[in-house]
Design a protein around this ligand. Sequence first.
Ligand SMILES: [Zn+2]
Length: 322
Amino acid sequence: MRDRRKWIVRTEKRNHVSLIINPLLRPHLTTLAATVTAPLITRFAPSPTGYLHLGHVVNAIYVWGIARALNGRVLLRVEDHDRIRCRPEYEAALLEDLAWLGFEPDFGLEPLLRQSDTPFVYEQALEGLRATAHVYACECSRKDIGGERYDGRCRGRGLKVATGRGIRVQLGNDMEKFEDALLGRLFQLPAEQCGDLLVRDRDGHWTYQFAVTVDDLRQNVTLVIRGADLVSSTGRQIFLARMLGRRNAPVFLHHPLIHDDLGEKLSKSAGDTGVRELRSRGLSAPEVIGIAAARVGLVDPGMPIHASEVSRLFEQRVLPGP
Ligand SMILES: [Zn+2]
């Protein structure tokens, strides 16, 4: 995949073209527009568990770039369902960095859309789920489960919901089939991948899977644009959304990730890839956006890009080179 990308970049240079359609990096916009149920609403949904880094900037480029290219809207959502790891200073920092970069959400900023402000929304959704699915208490720890997949051992025990117990929902055995806007057709079997989904953990926190699925439904998010590390969550979220009463699943687009020198996904303790660090070294916002775009191969290195211009990276026309 990487080799093919390089080959395309070389071809571009020989033809004196700075941008060209690359199906591995850019969605086919006409197809995407036809697939998404109107209105097109996507979201930028960081967790305040650390500072923004180049990985977030890549996500912002895709979110704002595609939304603007298709006249869609961008929702900002602070995903602070994890009450242990989230911190107010990280939230303040990410809002400040996002504004500095120049990415302006269409809604969700004032007032700020924050998961922790609306616990009743998740309570209500859980009640709704009880009517359509088998919801049960589970007392297993991570250690008891010992892996990614939960085997359903508490499913028939009839445990009462209580402090120190999690809540799960039973998933059916159906195969989920969906079209990723970049990766194409995918098949996933959530019952085999993860087993019955944890909705609320043993500490009483709503889980990522549940909170984002509820939010994407109630906020009418019709296009989910996120990093490829989350692709395995998609089938289970479509499944859960259907159980919550969603008729049309959102369209998903999973974009490439930036990796560090060791080949790992960028972490929260980002070092020289943190937006704050790059700012403190005197880089401008367009330079930081350009670095992020180049790191995934959207542009050649050394090309500053203003936040208001990122849609040009996705528009399906070939732009002349300098
Ligand atoms: Zn259990």
